[in-house]
Design a protein around this ligand. Structure first.
Ligand SMILES: C[S@@+](CC[C@H](N)C(=O)[O-])C[C@H]1O[C@@H](n2cnc3c(N)ncnc32)[C@H](O)[C@@H]1O
Length: 233
């Protein structure tokens, strides 16, 4: 198989996936709004969204605040889609993206009022993430993390030793990820997949279906919560 054709197929499969994913991911933005309400009023805050993907929550933050927002991610494909949305919404002056790993951030110390991260801190680990990212936050700045609740009871006990205070936290309703996101995502992907006969497409979509099946069988993996922390020294 010609390499270019293979890349084109992968890109198309990704494109289809992200378009579908975004339409359902938006349904969970009400929780992004709820978490944001726990922050004090900031005038033009500087915000970084770590692991922003296609920017669904990032764009919500842009609606909620008049600040400058940087979204970072390691997936250039997702960032391309996000950049297109930024242009279409006329937000290019204050919403930017950067291809950058959360493991290799080299921003100046104390450069952000708010660090936001939904669905991605697990890559570095909750405690490791809050520890490593702290230096980028201004004193009294806020770190808002949306993550799986598994293991959080223990992690949260240690937050103060890392120089943060928990300002608030809340869990999403138990079946919300399944009902609002994975179930409709699965239905939609089946519709897209059925007419596709190409083995490479089928393989791409089977990978996604495999992840959905895993969550169906392990529903506690879908339980998530927001953790709103303030850097206190
Ligand atoms: C589940 S998605 C969440 C995307 C977005 N925050 C949201 O809530 O819709 C996780 C994101 O983390 C990104 N990611 C994974 N490893 C990363 C890393 N080392 N540095 C930055 N982003 C990373 C992935 O590319 C993906 O876009």
């Amino acid at each position: 198989m010609n390499t270019n054709r293979r890349i084109m197929k992968k890109l198309l499969a990704n494109y289809l996936y992200f378009q579908v994913n975004d339409s359902f991911r938006k349904r969970l933005n009400k929780y992004t709004r709820k978490a944001f309400q726990f922050l004090p009023q900031f005038e033009n805050p500087k915000i970084i969204d770590i692991g922003c993907g296609t920017g669904v929550p990032t764009l919500e933050l842009a609606k909620l605040s008049s600040g400058e927002i940087l979204g970072i991610d390691i997936n250039q494909f997702a960032l391309n889609l996000f950049n297109r949305k930024i242009r279409e919404k006329g937000l290019s002056d204050r919403v930017k993206t950067k291809l950058c790993s959360m493991f290799e951030m080299d921003f100046p110390d104390q450069s952000y009022d708010i660090i936001w991260s939904e669905g991605s801190i697990y890559k570095i680990g909750f405690l490791n993430g809050i520890k490593n990212w702290k230096r980028f936050l201004k004193v009294n700045g806020f770190l808002v993390v949306h993550d799986r609740i598994e293991g959080k009871q223990n992690d949260l006990k240690k937050v103060s030793t890392y120089g943060y205070e928990i300002v608030n936290k809340f869990e999403l309703p138990k079946d919300v990820w399944w009902k609002e996101y994975f179930e409709p995502l699965e239905k939609e992907l089946k519709k897209i997949c059925l007419p596709l006969t190409d083995p490479e497409f089928i393989q791409e979509f089977e990978k996604i279906q495999g992840e959905i099946d895993f969550l169906k069988n392990n529903p506690t993996d879908c339980l998530s919560g927001f953790y709103i922390m303030q850097k206190n020294h």
